[in-house]
Design a protein around this ligand. Structure first.
Ligand code: EZ4
Ligand code: CO
Length: 402
């Protein structure tokens, strides 16, 4: 029997920080798991290095479920982003190894293809409505079939999701950037630009929008009603996701589909949302929700209630997560859509072998395992840099949800 011989925590910052776990077995097989928790990276690195790595040495790498249970139940302390991201990194690295040992891509181990490709949505944005419309046009020309649209509310520095460089990067500063927010101005402005996207591009493209946790339930209900005719694919995170009950009120008022879950980390955090059919899409991801093993458990529960998947896929999730997400997405019966922002060229210097993007869809690598390799030499050129996500303040100076 092969055993786990090494568990290395690798940190690199090719434009942004990534934490990666690399497990090596006594047979020389290696597996990668993403462990990146944006803005709190070193907490997960320590959890892995100081608390999980000593438990992994000597274990059978084939026992994925048992290792998951051991790390989850063995912690005694349940759930939470740091714990669940660390467990996810171990889980994904073990699936990668299992694929390599079997000589099969991970999606084949999960039951094989349920579809030809994984529909993705990209991020269009603009400092003005006109800029946003040009950006949507550019993505449509590239073949994307689904686009998320975000424009800056005039005069508000804190409009979420507006790109400055080539790829949206919110954790860009050494200390948190403080940004101004006004719910009133957002509610007056956002439905208008979403309407202009429909006017110009029609209904032949899926249109999504991320509210990013900033409304109260009744405000979210009003927003959802005001855009009903635009037939959004979804409105994302209309209210802070930790209050599952809040979604009932939104649901009672609007048929605009609801997606949430990118900040949620376990099946227990989405249980009410799913079983009471309070949402349409669950956005939990491989990296923050306990890996492939636990995410499949969430998605299977969701399938019973006709809730579809819509996993988070921002730039702060590494290409290892993209590959793992695509393996899950292509195999589960209730896949909905996958967020895909892509990464900078510097990131792809470190992580080789990403899933192929073609015709607005991602296609898994046919290489055994996840098909990603980590370039240590390239990684060494990009040392860790402290970075924080922004903080939002209302116009009266009080802290709001960012
Ligand atoms: O703000 O991943 O839908 N995508 C998002 C992301 C999140 C970042 C936080 O690290 O909401 O852009
Ligand atoms: Co989001």
């Amino acid at each position: 029997m092969a055993t786990i011989e090494r568990a290395e925590v690798l940190i690199t910052s090719p434009g942004r920080n990534f934490v990666t776990l690399r497990i090596t077995t006594s047979d020389g097989a290696t597996g990668l798991g993403d462990a990146t928790l944006n803005g709190r990276e070193l907490a997960v690195a320590s959890y892995l290095r100081d608390h999980l790595a000593p438990l992994l040495i000597g274990r059978d790498p084939a026992r994925i479920e048992d290792t998951w249970q051991y790390l989850y139940k063995g912690a005694y302390w349940r759930r939470g982003p740091v714990t669940m991201t660390a467990i996810a990194a171990v889980d994904v690295a073990l699936w990668d190894i299992k694929g390599k040992v079997a000589g099969l891509p991970v999606y084949q181990l999960l039951g094989g293809r349920s579809r030809d490709g994984v529909l993705v949505y990209c991020h269009a944005s603009g400092a003005s409505t006109d800029e946003l419309l040009d950006d949507v046009a550019a993505y449509a020309e590239k073949g994307f079939k689904a686009v998320r649209a975000q424009a800056a509310v005039p005069g508000l520095s804190g409009s979420y999701g507006v790109r400055k460089g080539t790829i949206y990067e919110p954790a860009a500063t050494a200390l948190p950037d403080e940004q101004a927010w006004s719910t009133e101005e957002y509610l007056d402005f956002a439905p208008g630009y979403l309407g202009k996207v429909r006017e110009r591009f029609g209904f032949g493209i899926h249109l999504l929008h991320d509210v990013h946790h900033r409304l109260t339930p009744i405000e979210a209900a009003r927003f959802g009603k005001s855009v009903e005719d635009l037939r959004l694919f979804w409105m994302e995170d209309p209210t802070p996701a930790e209050n599952q009950e809040a979604f009932r009120l939104i649901r009672q008022h609007t048929t605009t589909p609801i997606a949430t879950g990118e900040v949620l980390t376990s099946i227990w955090d989405v249980q009410q949302l799913i079983t009471e059919q309070l949402i349409d899409y669950v956005r939990t991801t491989v990296v923050h929700a306990g890996g492939i093993t636990h995410l499949r458990r969430i998605f299977d529960l969701a399938a019973l209630y006709q809730v579809r998947t819509g996993s988070h896929g921002a730039t702060d999730l590494s290409p290892v997560t993209t590959a793992a997400a695509v393996a899950v997405d292509i195999s589960v019966p209730n896949f909905g859509i996958q967020e895909h922002m892509g990464h900078t060229p510097a990131t792809y210097e470190v992580f080789h072998g990403a899933p192929r993007l073609e015709g607005g869809m991602l296609h898994p690598s046919e290489a055994p395992g996840l098909g990603i390799t980590y370039d240590d030499e390239a990684a060494a050129r990009f040392p860790y840099e402290p970075r924080y996500l922004p903080v939002a303040r209302r116009l009266d100076g009080s802290v709001h949800d960012w």
